[in-house]
Every structure is written in C-alpha cells, then in structure tokens.
Design a protein around this ligand. Sequence first.
Ligand SMILES: Nc1ncnc2c1ncn2[C@@H]1O[C@H](COP(=O)(O)OP(=O)(O)OP(=O)(O)O)[C@@H](O)[C@H]1O
Ligand SMILES: [Mg+2]
Length: 624
Amino acid sequence: MDDILFPVGERHARDLPRLVANSVRLVWRAGRRELVLTLSLQMLASLGLAAEVLVARQLLSAFLQVGSGAAAGRVIVPLVALTLATAVIAFAGTAGSELQRILSELVSRYSAGKVLDVAVAADLLAFETPAFHDRLARAQMNGSTRPLQMTSGLMKVVQGLMSIAGVGAALLFIQPLFVALLVVAYVPVYVMTTRSSRASYKRLISLVEQDRRRTYLQAVLTRKEEAKEIRTFDLGGFFRHRWDDLYEWRIGQLRQLMKLRMLNGLIGSTAMSVLTACAVGFLVWLVSTHRVSLAGAGAAAGAVLLLGGQLQGLASGAAQLFDSSLFIEDFNSFVRSMPLMVAHSRGGGARPPATFEVLRAESVGFTYPSRQSPSLVDATIEVRRGEVVALVGENGSGKTTLAKVLAGLYRPESGQVFWDGLDTASFDPHLWRERVAVLFQDYVRYFMTARENISTGDWRRMDDTGAVAQAGQRAGVDGFLRSLPEGYESLLGPEFLGGVDVSGGQWQRIALARAFFRDSPFVILDEPTAALDPRSEAALFTSIRSLFAGRSTLFISHRFSSVRSADRIYVLDAGRVVESGTHEELMALGGHYAELFALQAQAYMTGPHPVPPTGWEAGGSAEP
Ligand SMILES: Nc1ncnc2c1ncn2[C@@H]1O[C@H](COP(=O)(O)OP(=O)(O)OP(=O)(O)O)[C@@H](O)[C@H]1O
Ligand SMILES: [Mg+2]
C-alpha cells in the first residue's frame, strides 16, 4: 500500500495542460450545468470585448470625421453599440462571479465527499500509518480551499484566453503584427508563474506534518475530553506555547516562500510591462510610416491596454490554476488509491456462512506497521458455537490485537482464521465483519440520541425501537435511559444543544447494548466491565450465557473472578498463547494463570502482597 501513500512527484510547466484538463474534469463532475453556464457567460463577455475594440475604431473614425466637419449624428450608432457592448460585458462579469460561487461550493462538496469515501473505505491498518494521515489531512485541507482557487483560476484562464482570442481577432483585423508581439509578451509571465507554483507546492507539502501536530494541539486545548486533565496538570500554557512555536515555524516557512514568489512576480511583470511599452512604440512607428490609420491606431492602442489587463488576468489565473492543480493532482491520486484500499478491506470474496460450529485461529502472527516486534506470535485459539471463551493476559500481551484479527479488522500476516474449516481470507471482509459484534475497550461515545447510540450496532434496524429497548434492558441501562427527560430520544454528550452527559459506566452499558443489538453469531467483548461497579459486573458475568444465548462469546477481562465460569480460558503472554483450558485445569497446571489468579485473590483477601517483576520497577512497561 506504500506506493499509494507517497506524495505526487515534481511537476513541470509542460504538465499544465494535463493539470488543467484534470481540473476541468473535476469541475465538470461537480456541476456541469453551472460550468456550461459560466463558460457561456464568459464567451459572451469575450465577444463583447472584441465588439468593443471594433466599435471603438468606428467611433474614433466617426469622431475624426465630425472633427473635420461631418454631421455629429454619425457618432450615435457606434456610441449606442459601444454602450451595449459595455453593458453586456458588465452583466456577464457579475452574473459569472455569482455562478462561480455556487460552482466552487459544488466542487468543494464533490471533493470533500470523495475524501470521505476514501476514509470510509480505507483499511483499518491504513489508520496506523502516519503517511495515510498526512495524505488524508492534505486532501481534507486542500479539498476545502483549493476548489475555490481552482474554479476561479480556471475561469480567469478561460476568460483570459477567450478575451485574448476576441481582442486578438479584432487586432488581427486592424494589424496582424500586433498579435505576434502579444504572444511574446506573455512568455516571461508564464515561466515565472509556473516556477513560483512549483516552489510553493513543494514547500506547502512539507508543512503538512507539522500542521497536523498544531491542529492536534488545538483540538487538545479545546475539546471536552482533555479539558479536565489539562486543568489538573496545568498543561494549558505549556501546550499553548508549543502551538505558538509550531505556528511561528509555519509563518517563517511562508515568509521565505513569499519572498521567492514576489521576486518571480516582479521579474515576470517587469518583462511584460517592457514588452507592452514596446508594443506601443511599435504602434507609433506604424502610424508614422502610414501603415495604419489614426482611428485604427487609437483602437489598437486601446486594445493593447485592454489586452495587457487580460494578460495579467490570464497570468494570475494560470498561477492560481497551476497552484491548485498540483494539489488537485495530489488529491486525485489519493482518491485513486481508493479502489486499492477497498480491495484490501473488501476483497469481493466469498460470503461467510450465517453461523459456525467452530471458529479457529491457527498459528496467527501479526505485526503493526509501526512496530519491529510482532504483537501476535503463533497464536492458536478456538471458539465453538454457543461457547463463552475468555482471553486473559497482562497489558500489551496481544488480547485486543487477537480480537481485532478475529473480528476481521486485521488480516493475519501468517497463519489463518478458519470458519468451520473455511479460510476467512477468502471471505469478503465486509461481510465477515457483519457476522461479528465487538465492544471495544475504547468504545465510541456518539454524541447522538441514546437510541441511535445503541442502534449503531446495526444501523439498518435503526428504527426498531422495540429491539433497541430490549438491548438496553440486557445491558442494564433501560431504566436509566427511560428516566432521562426524553427517554431513548435524549441526546447524549454535552457537545450539542440539549445534550446530557452520563457517567462512564452508563456509557459503557450503552456501548454494551450495541453489541446486544447486533444479531451476530460471534460477540467479542474487550473489557466490557472496566467501568462497571462490582454488582453490575458480577450480574453481567453470571448471566452472560443466557444473555448471549445461542451466540459464541469471546471476552477479555483482567478480573479473574469473572473469567472462572468460561468454557475455556486462553492465557496470552507477549503475543503467544501460553496456556489454555478451564479454570480448574489452569489452576491445576500451576502456571502463569494460576500465578495471576492467586495474586488477585490474595490482594482481595489479605491486602497488598509482594508481586513478581512486571516492568513498573524499571519505569518501563510490561509489554513484549
Ligand atoms: N495500533 C498499534 N500500533 C502499534 N502497536 C500497537 C498498536 N496497538 C497495540 N500495539 C502493541 O501491540 C502489543 C499488543 O497490544 P494489545 O493492545 O493487543 O494488548 P492487550 O493485551 O489488549 O493489552 P491491554 O490489557 O493493555 O488492553 C503491545 O505491545 C502494544 O504496544
Ligand atoms: Mg487491550
């Protein structure tokens, strides 16, 4: 997947036509009606401009004739025509800019939607790599600002080109040599513009990683979750300072970039002004050698000034377009990565059977992308239909990782997971995940209604209020939810107006209800009672069999009292399954389990007791 995570390589001026084509394609997909309308308006404006030049020549010649004694009425027709042309240009300009606003909004929606599609389709493992987050952040940031820049750049370029074509045609009619001169005038501006864009692109791409750190700090300083800890540890000023440093660095980078761009701009526009002056000098020469009439020269001088403005517009439009196109290219390559990521997360494979007799992980190995050492080594476990199986082990021993492999979220690097003898690698992972309900250790608190919080367990049945209430009952939270002002329709979490926050244990019960709500043959509960009081915990474990009747349950717990009644217990240590069996068998074995069990039991019965080394003493952790 690495190849899809790398940024777009260097781009050159010769890529501009392709980048423009990409941009046009994007705008076309986002809003073809608005694009066609805007372009039509611009064409109208360009025709108006060409007409203006030609009419100006007629008007000038009429003026000259009136000056040498002809009737003043001669100027009326060209004057009216000029007024009309000016009005048309003005209208096309205002209407065009209004349309552009909608168009860029449409482009924003389209591109933001694409980014969300990728984020939704991405493999869970992608979220474990910084490169993915960089690209996602870049696509998101650029998706919100670049479309506007691109649309307006594109329109300026189109308008510039059309106007130049219109005025150029009019000039061609007056004196063909002018046109060649104008083409030459544009070259330096174009070169300088593309140089600046490339420099910006490189530098801005390099800013993203630091920008993400800054945005993260900003979130930490403003979110509710961190607020209490920030205050107890008095971290506000400290983090605020760090945020400032990061911003300072960014601004320093931008200053350097600005200098470079200003220099390029200065060179480009100076060259163009000189060439425009040359054009006027050339015009004087044409008049003095009688190659062009005075009226023609007047109109041509006006046209040259007009074109100067159009060329400037074209240059700035091209700069905008080039700038944004590079980012759009980056964005496109990110969006193109979607099929690959979908292929990873949605193999298009076989449909898993509705249920199983035996689910078996065999010699499973797994290493996180950011890790050198494996988090699972040769792990073999089995869950039979209707069984309650427990997974125990110290912090970092691999319990959650194994649960994620069994839930189809990570593919094992070695070994297999069999579903009644069928290798799950052949399953469509999406459909496989549908067969599993997981209550994660760090479950999500959705700031939505209680009913929605529970029914996210199976959103297709979101409106099945009876089933939601039943899941609430099983999770022991029904009474509490009913006591809220709006019952199951109460908004949870204090972030939005009217929301109520609830206790940690109540949140956990709601998350547990989600697992009950999902009608799947396999349920994984990762520390489902960490936030529950002893009475609730005991109640849950004594009734777990009847609560999940007919479904296979794998639960992870550090509380050995709750593990006792499991049909089978697997003990993980440093990513390996070191023991397995019933509580009695494992106690008789006198190994790792027996030791941990005795430790906990003694602590309850006789108070603190000397413990064997765990890694705390060295100030480290007990992970492998
Ligand atoms: N997303 C991750 N990226 C990198 N390493 C990870 C990631 N998640 C877990 N690990 C590492 O993998 C190993 C197993 O972690 P895991 O979360 O499976 O442990 P656990 O048994 O569930 O621990 P705990 O009891 O603390 O929940 C640990 O060494 C951990 O540091
Ligand atoms: Mg865990």
